[in-house]
Write a protein that binds this ligand. Structure first.
Ligand code: OOG
Ligand code: NI
Length: 472
């Protein structure tokens, strides 16, 4: 019998990410510039920082690392997307409500599909931020528009049955043989390609007046990658280099400020991509060329994942920056204020972030001779004597406020919303039902990783850790 090689989920995922990058680079050439500049930034950072540069991920991982963003129109489409990503070992994690995180009109709720276990993340961390249009939210859409959206979106097929069947098979069997893998990759990549089908002019611009995001989702007959985001080790350097090349970046880097202390969570920035040519079908029956400008280039720098306690502190600091900024004389920037607020509240070492239960770490037994002989010890003792070394866990998720900021700063127009109306209520459970699978809570994933490492550490050192600042 001929033997065929089976491709594992992570191999399929890595290949899928590469094919999407090729596709997107052909469609949006500025993306290739961004990738080149990101590579230069990372190489220089590694040259300057040596081994320490790999503290938050190996050079191989960071160089290959991307996140994508896609947008779909209905619960049915979102459930199909979940089946496709499962074929690549990507599971839904986290719930983001961008309707409330933004003052302009961004009528979507989102999750991210990504690998969830440590080994899978290390092999290839490809993740895709996935948004679903809240077409039934009365703050944005009146009853007539809701029904028109349902009819338009209900009539289209984003993903062929063959793709969905192959995807289910890959997920069930943990991969596919070469021939089927090739077919899966072809079909999956093609479904995110920009469609040449003419766009219905009046329908598209009716939606655009309400929300450019709604038009991008519900005004066209297919879906496409909105952006692909490389990871850099120094986003301030990237920002400066892109501007030096004449590319206008958005005003601010979203997320935590620049400082020399440990980086936490996620810093992101973006630029508007050029207008792209599309053809439009007009009310007079004519088909004529025009252009749309909906895609953008984004880049990010990842830091350490914050615990719930750390995240609450982060949210309080963001609020403090807002208040302070509003009361400040013109000319003071958010970044300057943020840096001061951060210095006031956040400890300056990884060790204190770990011991005060502000950020997630795993604990590596390093020097068993330093461990106490008494059979029990506090985490602080073990870390301070060098018996255990905390290693940071990278933040693998997103930030709703930054996501809203990115959406918003790349729109030409705020659109319209009527906050006098009640919104449709969505939460992680309702979206899990839509997906037909449970959306993981990011905190549970990070904290399980920390617990596992502590259990192993206790065993390796032969001690029980008392006084843990958190449950495990
Ligand atoms: C998603 C925007 C959010 C991020 O990195 O926070 C996002 C979109 O534009 O569809 O990608
Ligand atoms: Ni993004």
């Amino acid at each position: 019998m001929p033997t065929t090689t089976k491709l594992q989920l992570w191999e399929l995922r890595a290949e899928f990410a590469l094919r999407l990058a090729t596709l997107y680079g052909n469609e949006v050439p500025a993306y290739n510039t961004l990738v080149d500049v990101s590579r230069e930034v990372n190489e220089d950072f590694i040259r300057r920082n040596g081994q320490h540069a790999e503290r938050l991920g190996s050079v191989e991982r960071v160089t290959a690392e991307r996140h994508g963003a896609i947008r779909v129109g209905s619960p049915k489409e979102l459930a199909q997307v979940a089946r496709i990503f499962a074929a690549f070992g990507m599971n839904p994690v986290g719930f983001y409500d961008l309707r409330d995180a933004s003052k302009s009109s961004v009528p979507v709720v989102s999750t991210a599909f990504r690998p969830i276990d440590e080994q899978e993340l290390a092999r290839n961390p490809f993740r895709v931020f996935t948004s679903m249009l809240a077409h039934d939210d009365r703050r944005f859409f009146d009853e007539e528009t809701q029904h028109q959206l349902e009819a338009f979106i209900g009539a289209r097929t984003l993903f062929p049955d063959e793709l969905l069947d192959l995807a289910d098979k890959s997920a069930a069997e943990g991969g596919l043989d070469e021939g089927e893998a090739e077919r899966l990759l072809d079909l999956a990549t093609a479904s995110f390609k920009l469609s040449p089908t003419p766009v219905d002019h009046d329908w598209y611009f009716k939606l655009e007046a309400i929300s450019a995001v709604a038009a991008d989702i519900g005004g066209v007959p297919s879906t496409h990658i909105n952006h692909l985001t490389p990871r850099v080790l120094d986003i301030d350097d990237l920002y400066a280099r892109m501007q030096a090349r004449g590319i206008t970046m958005i005003d601010e880097i979203q997320g935590p400020p620049n400082w020399e202390r440990p980086d936490v969570l996620l810093r992101q920035t973006s630029f508007r991509a050029l207008a792209e040519e599309r053809t439009f079908r007009h009310a007079d029956g004519g088909i004529r060329p025009g252009s749309l400008r909906v895609r953008f280039g984004e880049v990010e720098q990842r830091g350490i994942a914050l615990t719930e306690k750390g995240r609450n502190l982060y949210d309080r600091m963001v609020a403090e920056v807002d208040t302070w900024l509003a009361a400040s004389p013109a000319g003071r920037t958010r970044a300057e204020i943020a840096e001061q607020v951060w210095r006031k509240h956040l400890p300056d070492t990884e060790r204190e972030l770990a011991l005060q239960d502000l950020a997630y770490f795993t604990y590596r037994p390093a020097n068993p001779a330093a461990a106490p002989r008494t059979g029990s010890a506090t985490l602080r003792e073990l870390v301070e004597t060098g018996a255990l070394v905390p290693e940071p866990i990278v933040y693998e998720d997103f930030l709703p406020r930054s996501a809203a900021g990115i959406f918003q700063s790349n729109l030409t127009d705020d659109g319209s919303r009527d906050d006098g109306q009640a919104g449709t209520s969505y939460d992680i459970n309702r979206l899990s039902e839509v997906l037909g699978r449970r959306i993981h809570d990011p905190h549970e994933l990070y904290s399980a990783q920390r617990s596992t490492s502590l259990v192993q550490a206790e065993r390796a050192l032969g001690v029980t850790i008392t006084d843990l600042p958190f449950q495990h």
